[in-house]
Write a protein that binds this ligand. Structure first.
Ligand SMILES: [Zn+2]
Length: 125
């Protein structure tokens, strides 16, 4: 374990809580955005052919939120927000993100997806 200046048990606990909040927010946004995509698809199928602008817009907006939530999730795993673009692949991209290794926010060490603490500096992950 590497002692890092400024890292206290209190700051670690705050970081842990922040990660938990962001993770929950990302899950909620993912679920709502996915439901929005499904509703927009249904709306698109039932709309008359000349009147499909709004369903397409609704789909794109919910897709935007889906990708945003994937960006949040990638960041909370210590990875680049660019990995959020995997959200464009819908559930497949989500699964890839879910099982992607975590990266420590302090030292950059990679760890298993299930790790709660960095194996090198014991920072929360
Ligand atoms: Zn670390």
């Amino acid at each position: 374990m590497i002692p890092l200046s400024g890292a206290t048990p209190e700051s670690d606990e705050k970081l842990r809580q922040r990660f938990r909040c962001v993770r929950i927010a990302a899950y909620l946004i993912l679920v709502v955005a996915f439901a929005g995509q499904m509703l927009a698809r249904k709306w698109f199928r039932t709309a008359p052919p000349g009147d499909r602008g709004f369903p397409i817009m609704a789909f794109l907006v919910s897709m935007g939120f889906f990708v945003f939530a994937c960006c949040l999730y990638a960041r909370v795993k210590g990875r680049s927000a660019w990995f959020g673009l995997l959200g464009l692949l819908s559930l497949i991209g989500c699964l890839v993100l879910l099982y992607m290794k975590k990266s420590c926010h302090r030292c950059g060490t990679m760890a298993k997806d299930s790790a709660d603490e960095c194996p090198r500096c014991s920072a929360p992950m």
